[in-house]
Every structure is written in structure tokens, then in C-alpha cells.
Design a protein around this ligand. Structure first.
Ligand code: ADP
Ligand code: MG
Length: 260
């Protein structure tokens, strides 16, 4: 955190002329063909587009998992486009959390341990007790305090995604990137996940960038960016934003779950 007034005018994310090509033998795939986007801190942005339009490539660059072939990526005003793997990893662990379609939890590892794990790599000296408390607090925040000792295969898809969200939050990221987080979930469970994400954005000010190919999911955000063939073809505010908490309270209550 800096106290320089000038830095507050810098957008959290500024992308200019972003390009990414993959060379596979004789073939070059142009996944991103010049993307310009600014994202202010604290917003909830959704990214839509057909399969293959470059959404995941865009997210991998935003999330510092990959680097662009061309163009610039400014994160809080700093040009990170040329950062090598190590510098990207340091920045990523400090600022960015990820949620994926397939949850990506470690098998045969409890929900609690899955959430604790990133704390081991963040360079801060947390004691085992502190890690435990922090992870448990986050599991409680996503409604899974009672399931902390369950293994992923003992949890439903929606519960696994909640664990993944808790894990993504454990290093207090400013940015949460979610690639098709509801892609494997039924519609009610999807609304439950969107309720958590909207709450995190509203209450903690976490910037959320969520990829989806479902237009109704995109309407939980404030702004929709549409990709086609590696380009942004539209970037618009959501006119009637959906409110997941209100929708859930209007749904009939589920029967009490039988818990082990
Ligand atoms: P989306 O997430 O919108 O489905 P992607 O960003 O995954 O799109 O892919 C965009 C294009 O880049 C596609 O043509 C895809 O096949 C290609 N692509 C993505 N990742 C790689 C990779 N690691 N190597 C080669 N081509 C890739
Ligand atoms: Mg994708």
C-alpha cells in the first residue's frame, strides 16, 4: 500500500495492445490480437466469448501465470509485462487468487489443508497455529466450517468450489480471477457461488474478474467484456445487474442436509 496521491489515480489494471501467440511447429496460433482494457480496483468484471476466443489466455496473463508476446500490462502502474517467472510468482502470490472450473484441490488432503497450503509459499512467517486459524476462518466465511476435515471426494462440487474460493483468499489478494467457476455446477449451486463472489467484492472490495460463457452468470458482474477471435468486441456496463443473495432468498429452502 502506498500513500502517494498520484498512485490512486492509476487504474489497478491497464492493458495496452496485448498480444499472445503460441507457436506449435509450423503453426502460430494468435490467441490475443491486440487487447486494450482498463480495470479499476474494486470492480466486478465478467469476461464472455465463445470457446477459443482468448478468455483463458487473457486471464493467464492478467494472473501473471503467463507473459504476453506483445503489448503492455501495467499492474498498479508498474509495467509487469517483462517480468520473469520468479518476479511474476512473487507478485502473484501477494496480489492474486485463482478459482478454476475444476476446483483443482489436492486429493487426499483435507479442505483445511488445501486452504492452508498457499500460506507456506507467501514468504510470511506464519506459525502452524496461525495458518490453521486463518484457513478455518475462511472456510467458515464460505459456509464450510463444519467440513474442514473432509477430503475433496467427500464434498459436493459446490462445496469443493467453496474450498477453492477460501484457498484463493488465504493470502489476502486484491484480485480474484475466476475461470468458468460455475461451469461444473448446477444452477442453484452456481447462484450460491455467485453470492459468495458478490459478497467478497462488496464487503472486502476485492476486484473480481470472472470468465464465463453463460450470459446469465455474466450479469452478476458490473461490466461485461466480450472477446471474439482474440479481440475485445464489446465492453459494457451491466444494465440490470443480478443480485445472487436476493435470488437465493427467493428460492425455496433446501431440506436440511444429512451430515456425516
Ligand atoms: P477460451 O478460454 O476463450 O476458450 P483460450 O484462451 O483457451 O480460449 O484459447 C485461445 C486460442 O489459443 C485457442 O485457439 C486455443 O486453441 C489456443 N491456445 C490456448 N492455449 C494454448 C497453448 N498453451 N498452446 C497452443 N495454443 C493454445
Ligand atoms: Mg477458457
Amino acid at each position: 500500500m502506498t500513500t502517494e496521491p498520484a498512485s490512486r489515480r492509476v487504474p489497478l489494471i491497464r492493458i495496452e495492445g496485448l498480444r499472445k501467440s503460441y507457436v506449435l511447429g509450423d503453426v502460430t496460433v494468435h490467441a490475443l490480437r491486440g487487447v486494450d482494457v482498463e480495470i479499476a480496483g474494486g470492480t466486478f468484471v465478467t469476461v464472455v466469448g465463445a470457446s477459443g476466443s482468448g478468455k483463458s489466455t487473457f486471464m493467464n496473463i492478467l494472473g501473471l501465470l503467463d507473459r504476453p508476446s506483445g503489448g503492455r500490462y501495467f499492474l498498479e502502474g508498474e509495467d509487469v509485462s517483462g517480468f520473469d517467472r520468479d518476479r511474476r510468482a512473487v507478485l502473484r502470490n501477494r496480489k492474486i487468487g485463482f478459482v478454476f472450473q475444476n476446483f483443482n484441490l489436492l486429493p487426499r488432503t483435507s479442505a483445511l489443508e488445501n486452504v492452508e497450503l498457499p500460506l507456506l509459499y507467501n514468504g510470511k512467517p506464519y506459525s502452524a497455529g496461525d495458518r490453521h486459524l486463518k484457513a478455518l476462518g475462511l472456510l467458515e466465511a464460505v459456509g464450510l466450517g463444519q467440513r474442514a476435515q473432509h477430503m475433496p471426494n467427500q464434498l459436493s462440487g459446490g462445496q469443493q468450489q467453496r474450498v477453492a474460493i477460501a484457498r484463493a483468499l488465504v493470502n489476502d489478494p486484491e484480485i480474484l480471477l475466476a475461470d468458468e467457476p460455475t461451469g461444473n455446477l448446477d444452477s442453484r449451486t452456481s447462484v450460491e457461488i455467485m453470492e459468495i463472489l458478490q459478497r467478497l467484492n462488496r464487503e472486502k472490495g476485492i476486484t473480481i474478474i470472472l470468465i464465463t460463457h453463460e450470459h446469465d452468470i455474466a450479469e452478476y458482474g458490473q461490466r461485461v467484456i466480450t472477446f471474439r477471435d482474440g479481440r475485445v468486441v464489446s465492453d459494457q456496463p451491466v444494465e440490470k445487474r443480478r443480485d445472487a443473495a436476493a435470488e437465493l432468498s427467493a428460492l425455496p429452502a433446501l431440506e436440511e442436509e444429512a451430515t456425516a
